[in-house]
Ligand binder design. Structure first.
Ligand SMILES: Cc1cc2nc3c(=O)[nH]c(=O)nc-3n(C[C@H](O)[C@H](O)[C@H](O)COP(=O)(O)OP(=O)(O)OC[C@H]3O[C@@H](n4cnc5c(N)ncnc54)[C@H](O)[C@@H]3O)c2cc1C
Length: 476
């Protein structure tokens, strides 16, 4: 019998262009395993759409394995004992899996690795989630051991790194075993009502191909216009690894090779690659600074006090702040599990600055609805917005939700779509917080129903916050 190795799937639910599987295949025949432990169960139970997406992706992975004469071995329990038992039962000498980039995931991986090694198994952790492994970009810098804290220098390096391909690992062979699998996970195991659409590798590839063929050329517009739905919508797929980010980069670069592209189209593709690089940036930040899950990356901001609550916090949670763009974003998230990339910073900024509420409160609230399961990316972005994380300019950027709405949703198409009370309000009357809006909106013609007045005055609260922030920073 040739050497056998277990491959434990985590957030890498596909067979193509797979760094982890390629590494496992180089050791021996692969036994594909999925362990549903308490950590995974907790992450999935938090967001029903996430659970549904995950279950669809697992079913699709199992289908792909069956087409190759194998199948996914599902077990529920503690990874260490589950993996040791399976290894013993099928004669595997090692276990491989892909790295986590958040503190909790990284710590549990460390424990698992030493448990397995103590039991005499070779335990290999592989970078599969980023395009470029964190050590590779870090190595370019002198003293790069803790990676990059600012995106611009990171991106300068990232774009020069070579993108590895694991497209067709020649040695990939799956072992046939007579071990019994537990049933595949189902959405109701996590309190989720049903599957949502197609979420496996085929759906991911179709999403990418459609994006590159139809929308990518207008990305630089779409990413800034909330009513424009033509961003890639790949975040859920990248999060669960139903597509490799390396495949995304290679396909985008191939599209850029088209000599007939217009300058703006090429610029759009470049901007899209920059977005993918931002994902890598936050993954490397979580990798080198696992404490950012809970603590600000900027140590000096550790004692700056954000509130844990505010009288308008529930209104923010429900999308009832009286600021149409903020409310539309929150309602889009609650209804679909996704929020447009241009709206996310505006909604997050409103929580942190207008309400002065801690970024962790916002991150945890969104975690209840997002399909994406990216603790490191979520914390990195929230810290960034709150002005306590990466790339800090002198003062945090406080978005004016009304200016943003006027500029990026001038016809109200986005706001009207998600805030039903405003669906029939003329675009010119969509303003928050002015006298005229109240006069306008009392007219039954506009059927505003119960859309609330603004919960705070943006100008006043933003000014107060900035003064407090400035005083704190200057006292440091
Ligand atoms: C407060 C806040 C929280 C966020 N939380 C998450 C999160 O939990 N998970 C997540 O994937 N993204 C998060 N983002 C980043 C971004 O908003 C989403 O990736 C994007 O909206 C997903 O839509 P898309 O796939 O159509 O993105 P596109 O615009 O098509 O971008 C393509 C891909 O690039 C990556 N990307 C784009 N922007 C960023 C970014 N700022 N940071 C990291 N990766 C990025 C994503 O993988 C995305 O799928 C957050 C942004 C903010 C401001």
């Amino acid at each position: 019998m040739s050497a056998r190795v277990l491959y434990r799937f985590t957030r890498d639910l596909r067979l193509e262009d797979h760094a982890g599987l390629a590494q496992a295949a180089a050791i021996g025949e692969v036994v594909p395993v999925l362990v549903i432990d308490r950590l995974l169960e907790a992450r999935l139970s938090r967001s029903p759409r996430r659970a549904a997406f995950f279950c669809g992706a697992v079913a699709s992975l199992d289908g792909a394995l069956r087409e190759r004469g194998a199948r996914l071995l599902v077990r529920r329990g503690t990874p260490s004992s589950v993996l040791k038992n399976i290894a013993r039962a099928c004669g595997a000498t090692g276990v491989a899996w892909s790295a986590a980039y958040d503190g909790e995931g990284a710590h549990s991986n460390e424990r698992l690795q030493s448990d397995l090694e103590e039991a005499g198994l070779r335990a290999t952790i592989v970078h599969d989630a980023p395009v470029i492994p964190p050590e590779e970009t870090a190595a370019v810098r002198a003293g790069g051991g803790s990676g990059y804290r600012a995106f611009s220098p990171y991106f300068d390096v990232w774009r020069t790194c070579e993108v590895a391909s694991y497209e067709a690992p020649l040695l990939l062979r799956f072992a046939s075993t007579d071990l019994q699998s537990e049933p595949l996970p189902q959405p109701h195991d996590f309190g989720a009502p049903e599957r949502m659409g197609e979420s496996g590798g085929t759906a991911a590839r179709e999403t990418l191909d459609r994006f590159l063929a139809e929308s990518a050329m207008q990305y630089s517009v779409a990413v800034n216009v909330p009513s424009d739905d033509r961003t890639s919508h790949l975040s859920g797929h990248l999060s669960f690894g139903t597509i490799s980010p390396r495949t995304v980069v290679r396909a985008t670069r191939a599209r850029m090779d088209d000599p007939f592209l217009l300058t703006e189209e090429r610029a759009s593709l470049r901007l899209f690659l920059r977005s993918i690089a931002m994902r890598d940036f936050f993954l490397q930040l979580g990798y080198f600074h696992p404490e950012v899950d809970e603590k600000p990356l900027q140590e000096r901001m550790g004692r700056f006090s954000f509130a844990r609550s505010h009288r308008a916090l529930d209104a923010w949670r429900a999308g009832n702040t009286g600021y149409p763009l903020v409310d539309a974003g929150i309602r889009q998230l609650r209804e679909t599990g996704w929020m447009h990339p241009h709206v996310r910073p505006v909604v997050a900024s409103f929580l942190c600055f207008d309400l002065g509420v801690d970024w962790r409160v916002g991150r945890d609230e969104w975690d209840r609805f997002l399909v994406e399961d990216d603790p490191a990316i979520a914390s990195g972005n929230w810290q960034w917005i709150a002005g306590v994380g990466a790339d800090l300019v002198q003062f945090p950027r406080i978005y004016n939700p009304e200016k943003q709405r006027r500029r990026y949703d001038p016809t109200g198409a986005y706001v009207k779509r998600w805030v039903k009370e405003l669906a029939h309000v003329p675009a010119g009357a969509l303003r928050a917080s002015s006298e005229s809006i109240d006069e306008q909106l009392t007219l039954p013609l506009f059927s505003r129903d119960s859309y609330p007045r603004p919960v705070v005055d943006h100008e006043t609260s933003a000014r107060e916050f900035l003064a407090r922030y400035r005083a704190y920073v200057e006292a440091q």
